[in-house]
Ligand binder design. Structure first.
Ligand code: ATP
Length: 366
């Protein structure tokens, strides 16, 4: 097992930069997730660690050994891809054993290892089947098994769940987490799915346009996003963002006014007319009705018009907008809410949970 350290890694393709100055260190045994929108460079980072791409600049260490010039097959890492690419003519057992056979491992050890791997991935009853006789989830487990059997120092997983349907994806995600808890192999996992990032990672590295936006534990990134991109990328539904202009003691949002909390005023010392973007998560807004008292709890309210009502089972998501701005606001409401498209809704805001972003740079100021 090993730590993985990237120092100032850059990769250009024909002078176009795919990743810029990527530095982080994954401690031995941890599970880190690289997450970001399509094209942000996460696969390039992973492929560079695997040795499938070479960095234009920077140093890469695995287990404190500089591996810049060590070819992929000697790096002792195992990579699992989105399209699991099993050998169709081989059985599950043969597929799992393949990497070991290539390394000329003794037959008896191979048999034992295939058994152990099959057991830990619940594949024992499938060992004699061919890939086409398996479901997508089972095939993906075989691909993982093939990687595990090699007992690599590091696991690299590139969107391994994205070909699975929703239920299987959830189940396999949980299995992956359990597997990591059991094996403790250093793992770096690439996804564009914020749920996978939040649930799997000891740490999350958020990337955009080839640059690291933030590194941290899921909970702390969610609570203290470094900027607007991170704030809106992590969390479902995405954080609501509203353009605002500072007026004495308040933020003007379209034709409405939201009180500026004293703590925000003290920290930012805003100037009259200064522009900001305000952020608030859907779980920190409450619908004012005549028979509840949220208005007395939270004094600031925001008027919106409901657009689309989405019953999600446990709750109802109301996608609404601030009428004069056309800014979308997502509200989590009680599952029994009686709301219709076109309704005017009054929202009480928990201003203790308000975020303030620089309107130009997107950096979180509060
Ligand atoms: P996705 O989630 O869509 O797979 P990603 O975040 O993994 O995206 P990368 O595949 O790492 O992104 O690509 C990062 C950038 O580098 C993209 O702009 C991509 O077009 C570019 N890129 C990647 N590989 C090459 C290549 N071989 N030649 C030229 N450009 C490339």
């Amino acid at each position: 097992m090993a730590n993985v350290r990237l120092e100032g890694i850059k990769r250009r393709f024909n002078n176009v930069s795919a990743i810029e100055d990527i530095s982080f260190e994954v401690p031995d045994g941890q599970f880190w997730v690289l997450v970001g929108p399509s094209g942000c460079g996460k696969s390039t980072v992973l492929r560079t660690i695997a040795g499938l791409e070479s960095a234009t600049e920077g140093n890469l260490y695995i287990g404190d050994v500089l591996v810049n010039n060590i070819p992929a097959r000697h790096r002792d890492v195992a990579m699992v891809f989105q399209n699991y690419a099993l050998y169709p003519h081989m059985t599950v057992a043969e597929n799992i054993a393949f990497g070991l056979q290539m390394r000329k491992v003794e037959a008896k050890i191979i048999r034992e290892r295939v058994q152990v791997v099959a057991q830990s991935l619940a594949l024992e009853h499938l060992l004699d089947r061919k890939p086409k006789q398996l479901s997508g989830g089972q095939q993906q487990r075989v691909a993982l098994g093939r990687a595990i059997a090699r007992q690599p120092q590091v696991f690299l997983l590139d969107e391994p769940l994205s070909n699975l349907d929703a239920q299987l994806r959830d189940d396999t995600r949980v299995e992956l987490k359990q597997l990591h808890q059991k094996l403790g192999i250093t793992t770096i996992y690439v996804t564009h799915d914020q749920t996978e990032a939040m649930t799997l990672g000891d740490r999350i590295v958020v990337l955009e346009r080839g640059r690291i936006q933030q590194i941290g534990a899921p909970g702390s990134i969610y609570a203290k996003p470094a900027n607007r991109m991170v704030a809106t990328f992590l969390g479902n539904p995405a954080m609501n963002i509203m353009p605002a202009t500072y007026r004495p003691k308040s933020f003007q949002v379209g034709e409405q006014y939201i009180e500026c909390p004293i703590a925000v005023r003290e920290k930012l010392q805003p100037q009259e007319g200064q522009k900001f973007n305000l952020g608030i998560r859907s779980e920190n807004m409450y619908i004012n009705t005549t028979d509840n008292d949220v208005e007395t709890l939270y004094t600031t309210s925001l008027q919106v018009i409901a657009n689309v009502i989405e019953p999600l089972g446990r709750e109802t998501l109301i996608r609404s907008e601030i009428a004069d701005l056309g800014v979308q606001i997502n509200v989590q409401a009680d599952r029994n809410i009686q709301a219709h498209s076109g309704d005017r809704i009054s929202l009480a805001l928990d201003l203790d949970q308000l975020f303030v972003f620089d309107s130009n740079t997107g950096i979180r100021l509060y």
